[in-house]
Write a protein that binds this ligand. Structure first.
Ligand code: GDP
Length: 363
């Protein structure tokens, strides 16, 4: 599955937000390191198109697609040098596809800040520095390891060395590896390093209960900073999210309306995470079930089939595809077929967001 790691300094509201995400309701305590093992929560990706499809097809069940959030504890000043849960932390964060960086924007005298005061920009800088140092270390080690082969003219190693030197320059300047402007091929040459600062980042500003409306200066600064980086920002209130997470259906909608919110912060965070990962959704729509599936932007039909079952990919023959809008306008498959809007696509077909697909395959 696709994984988004949640990181942040201690006491910024990570556990509160993570618990709201999973509705696990586990204890969140007012001291550092209260979450030791990485917790994984699988959440549904809200998608109103599923209801529209279900209304047409009337299936027995409807299944949304999912994304994994991993609560990664242990990010403190000095983590790259082994402080706190340093090594464990770095190991876990290398495994995720994207990073949700929680920054504290709520003032609360009852909740200690590790650095004594609330200052999201300083927090972001601490985090950046730690992740940067960790990557720098990784890059230096690899450069050292391949230097002999590169010197003796090994073509692959020379190419890798060239990319690493460019990345090192960016890291040395205090910037994330993702800002090095590496081509797809360059990225592949060093993908086994799992550089942390090469991963896409979402800033989650955890604001106070009464700061959800309007924009607190803390949040405005985070937005400004993120814009420069090309990163996304979502402002949510961890405390309210954990209350929302306890509610269901109509109760939830009423509470959101009272707060003047269209959707919960978590839903916005999930959707932003989904976009951040470069993910799109295709659907299968049968009488048994209407279901959403996740693929990467650019994935081809066999890979999309492989998400359902590896045999579907191996034995792929072709896909029957109806664009979402056509499916809805024609009120289903037979209507779309009559209008000639059901397409037969081969193995080179690039899946489009919202495609309603049916696969033909050999067993
Ligand atoms: P973590 O160390 O980053 O996982 O932080 P926690 O989620 O354990 O939160 C630390 C403390 O801050 C707890 O006492 C939470 O109740 C409190 N907290 C979390 N989010 C909010 C919020 O949005 N507003 C306020 N006032 N307190 C919060």
């Amino acid at each position: 599955g696709f994984k988004c790691g949640i990181v942040g300094l201690p006491n910024v509201g990570k556990s509160t937000i993570f618990n709201a995400i999973t509705s696990a309701g586990a204890e969140s305590a007012n001291y550092p390191f209260c979450t030791i093992e990485p917790n994984v929560g699988v959440v549904s990706v809200p998608d109103p198109r599923l209801d529209v499809l279900a209304d047409i097809v009337q299936p027995q069940r409807v299944l949304p697609t999912t994304i994994e959030f991993v609560d990664i504890a242990g990010l403190v000043r000095g983590a790259s040098q082994g402080e706190g849960l340093g090594n464990q932390f770095l190991g876990h964060i290398r495994q995720v596809d994207a990073i949700a960086n929680i920054v504290r924007c709520f003032d609360d005298d009852n909740v200690v800040h590790v650095d004594g005061s609330v200052d999201p920009m300083r927090d972001i800088e601490v985090i950046q520095t730690e992740l940067n140092l960790a990557d720098l270390d990784t890059v230096e080690k690899r450069l050292f390891r391949i230097q002999k082969q590169a010197k003796s003219g090994d073509k692959d190693m020379l190419a890798q060395q060239e990319v690493l030197l460019r990345v090192r320059e960016v890291l040395d300047a205090g910037k994330p590896a993702r800002s090095a402007g590496l081509s797809y091929e360059d990225q592949r040459l060093i993908s086994d390093l799992h550089l942390i600062t090469a991963k896409p980042v979402l800033y989650v500003a955890n604001v106070a209960e009464d700061d959800l409306e309007g924009e607190h200066p803390h949040v405005a600064r985070v937005r400004e900073y993120a814009a420069e980086e090309g990163a996304e920002v979502v402002a949510i209130c961890g405390k309210i999210e954990s209350e929302i997470a306890e509610l269901e259906g109509d109760e939830k909608q009423e509470f959101l309306q009272e707060l003047g919110l269209g959707s919960s912060g978590l839903d916005r965070m999930i959707q932003a995470g989904y976009q951040l990962l470069g993910l799109i959704t295709y659907f299968t729509a049968g009488v048994q079930e209407v279901r959403a599936w996740t693929v990467h932007k650019g994935d081809r039909a066999p890979q999309a089939a492989g998400v359902i079952h590896t045999d579907f990919e191996k034995g792929f023959i072709r896909a029957e595809v109806i664009a979402y809008d056509d499916f809805v306008a024609c009120r289903g498959e037979s209507g779309a077929k009559e209008k000639g809007l059901l397409r037969l696509e081969g193995k080179d077909y690039v899946v489009q967001d919202g495609d309603v697909m049916h696969f033909r395959f050999n067993v």
